[in-house]
Design a protein around this ligand. Structure first.
Ligand SMILES: [Mn+2]
Length: 285
């Protein structure tokens, strides 16, 4: 793991195992080099880890205590300042190395800009990509950089990975045309329902990489994120969808991206930490 910082503080509160024995392996990506509106996603991993201190490790809904599950936290990738492609290469290499030492490990990325999801997808080579996001992220290029956060779903679709998107409420005419041309289905936040979700994800090939851009939630839940948008999904909408995937599809990897801000305990980090514990809990049932 050559590219990792090792933060000595702000780890999860309960005992963890090494990455070679873990089922869930947490990796932070503190990168915000192409953020276009609100900076601070570089603090996302630290904010989420800190916010977990507020949570019970016992997840009521599933009767699972995630403190009893084999979880590793391998720290943060050392980012290449301002370079989303080279940073994503480090994400990819770190996950490739992790899978070499532990093929059963499920990588869980905490970010950091959504641009970094590309590195995880390149490492894990899933058949499908299910994303919860306010934005289509299907631009060919943005601010002269094809690896900008606004292009990540486009780059992933070019890898031949099947995609489905939920909670969308922002995009350009060109992005909508690209989705139509490539047959990439997406559900607008105002039209979102569990039934609409099932209809699109049921036929997707496995394994599935699952990405939650935290801005999919209504901005009342997540005010500190790179590109906040009103009119988003509720917490339980997303949890219910993830539960279906956890039960019905093989999951290759998971991420929670675009958590930002500079104040420990901010609402965005609390939403993200709760989502993280629910995800581990439902996968650990
Ligand atoms: Mn987004």
């Amino acid at each position: 793991m050559d590219f990792l910082y090792t933060y000595e503080t702000l780890k999860l509160e309960f005992p963890l195992v090494g990455p070679e024995r873990a089922r869930f392996v947490i990796l932070g990506v503190p990168f915000d080099g192409t953020t276009s509106f609100k900076a601070g996603a570089r603090f996302g991993p630290t904010l989420i880890r800190h916010a977990t201190l507020n949570l019970e490790s016992y997840v009521l809904d599933y009767d699972v205590d995630i403190a009893e599950l084999p979880i590793a936290d391998i720290g943060d990738v050392a980012v290449v300042a301002g370079d989303p492609r080279r940073t994503a290469d480090r994400v990819r290499e770190t996950i490739e190395e992790l899978k070499r030492i532990n093929p059963d490990a499920l990588p869980v990325l905490l970010g950091g800009e959504h641009s970094q999801t590309l590195g995880a997808v390149e490492a894990l080579k899933p058949a499908s990509y299910v994303v919860f996001d306010a934005h289509l992220d299907l631009r060919e290029s943005y601010e002269d950089n094809p690896y900008n956060h606004a292009c990540v779903a486009r780059r992933i679709s070019e890898l031949g990975v099947k995609e489905a998107m939920f909670g969308i409420r922002s995009g350009t005419r060109e992005e909508v045309s690209y989705a139509q041309e490539k047959g990439i289905p997406w559900v607008h936040a105002r039209d979102y329902s569990f039934d609409a979700f099932i209809e699109l994800v049921k036929p997707l090939p496995e394994p599935v990489y699952l990405s939650v851009d935290i801005d999919v939630f209504d901005l009342s839940l997540v005010p500190s994120t790179g590109t906040p948008e009103a009119g988003g999904l509720g917490f339980w909408d997303v949890i219910k969808a993830l539960e279906w995937l956890a039960e019905n599809k093989k999951i290759a990897g998971f991420d929670i991206m675009e958590v930002a801000g500079e104040n420990l305990g901010n609402p965005t980090s609390l939403t993200a930490a709760k989502l993280l514990f629910y995800f581990i809990g439902m996968m650990g049932v």
